[in-house]
Design a protein around this ligand. Structure first.
Ligand code: AMO
Length: 418
């Protein structure tokens, strides 16, 4: 057996050297036990090797297993490929805690630590699960442009890009494109970055975050979409519980399965609940972060960790949501998990004339959305979809306090490197 990785810990006890190697074949380290009397050459080499070195070893699982930290090996050969030029700037076994700033700067090194690695193995598992879920249900994976001429989620959060002689932006959301595809493919999904020029520095916002987006056609109303989303999330949670049990254990996370259907709360009901707690939401405004948090506390107390908020008033939503017959409410919903919005979506307006009216009503110029509107002229079915934030879902599944713990390379208000 030949295993490769990095030395994350080394201990010398008289005639024994114990080396822990973090590789990619297991979440826990491989423990190399080198004895002076048994393998004198390797013992000598082991004593000299620095923490941080990149090595490969050949050996077999030892018949005696004493270490609680990982599987012990009897070693026949060690090849050293690279040794650190400087002492490591962070502790890759996590004994010496580092400030968040340092952790973000050196996350690519910290990933040698099983705890850190588990977070991102689970992230990969979430993406893997989502892809399986959609494929099993006949959704087709698509890729839409990330350099765009118009945004769907409000002008203030667009990053401008110079595109030859044109003004362009980085895509905030695949919204317009996934809707246009409803003219030909009734079920699509995309796993995509969102670029948002939000200036605030919070524990729940990134300027480059990732979303799991879906759109489905021929729906009756937003309930069809909510069913897909709740099934997706419970599928992801089950998949991680089943396939990443060791990672959850390393993180000390007890991930509870979720039962569907999720609880539904009406927006108006939420406003009343918050009001009786002394939090007033001005008429027609979206929930603030503090209001969301408070609602989360109330709901967790009632036994609901995850719940929908439905029936958002038109005043609070994007232009593309379907207005209900009362003219006040819409088919927009949010999905909140322990007091944090992790997804939003809903039924869209698919009727050309109403959509043009909606753009104007929101003070947008239909001319800028011509390419999008065109798609609604040729047999657009009723449709809806959602965007689920990957990092926010991770925060709540794994109990991470800051969204920056859920992405390897962070893009926020002050970080453009590494
Ligand atoms: P929305 O703007 O609510 O909806 O975004 C969907 C989800 O994406 C995540 N998210 C973010 N996560 C971290 N930092 C950010 N700056 C950030 N912005 C968004 C959140 C949020 O719930 N087009 C619609 C979706 C749809 O209707 O299909 C949209 O983008 O988890």
């Amino acid at each position: 057996m030949r295993i490769c990785g990095w030395i994350i810990r080394k201990k010398v006890f008289g005639r024994i050297v114990i080396i822990e190697v973090s590789g990619d074949t297991s979440i826990k380290p491989h423990v190399l036990v080198l004895k002076r009397d048994r393998e004198p050459e390797l013992f000598k080499l082991g004593k000299e090797l620095d923490v941080g070195s990149a090595i490969c070893f050949e050996g077999d699982v030892s018949p005696i297993q004493k270490s609680k930290r990982g599987v012990e090996y009897l070693v026949r050969r060690i090849d050293v490929y690279s040794t650190p030029l400087d002492p490591l700037p962070v502790d890759t076994i996590g004994k010496v805690p580092a400030l968040l700033d340092t952790r973000i700067k050196y996350r690519y090194l910290l990933l040698r630590n099983p705890v850190e690695k588990a977070v991102f193995r689970i992230r990969a598992g979430i993406i893997e699960a989502a892809r399986r879920f959609f494929i099993e249900r006949g959704f087709m994976e698509v890729h839409t442009p990330k350099i765009v001429a118009a945004g769907a989620e409000g002008g203030a959060t667009l990053f401008p890009v110079k595109y030859f002689e044109y003004n362009a932006y980085l895509s905030q959301s695949p919204q317009l494109y996934k809707q246009m595809l409803m003219a030909s493919i009734p079920r699509v999904f995309e796993i995509t970055p969102y670029f948002r020029a939000e200036k605030f520095n919070t524990t729940r916002h990134l300027n480059e975050s990732w979303g799991i987006d879906a759109e489905q056609g021929f729906i009756r109303d937003e309930e069809d979409v909510m069913k897909t989303l709740e099934e997706l999330i419970s599928y992801i949670v089950d998949y991680i519980r089943r396939s990443y049990a060791e990672d959850l254990e390393v993180l000390g996370v007890e991930l509870k399965p979720l039962t569907t259907p999720f609880k539904r709360l009406r927006y108006d009901e939420v406003i009343d609940m918050l009001s009786s707690e002394g939090i007033e939401i001005p008429e027609g405004e979206d929930l603030t972060d503090a209001a969301e948090k408070k609602l989360g506390e109330i709901m967790v107390e009632k036994g609901y960790e995850i719940y929908y908020i439905v029936g958002f008033p038109w005043k609070t939503t994007g232009f593309y949501y379907m207005r209900k017959e009362d003219g006040i409410h819409t088919g927009k919903f949010d999905l909140d998990y322990k007091g944090l919005e992790i997804a939003s979506g809903g039924q869209r307006e698919h009727r050309y004339d109403k959509l043009v009216e909606a753009l104007k009503d929101k003070g947008l110029n239909p001319e800028n959305f011509k390419f999008y509107l065109e798609a609604f002229k040729y047999g657009m079915p009723p449709h809806g979809g959602f965007g689920l934030g990957v990092e926010r879902l991770m925060m709540k599944m794994l109990g991470l306090q800051n969204i920056r713990e859920a992405i390897i390379f962070v893009r926020d208000r002050t970080r453009l490197t590494p």
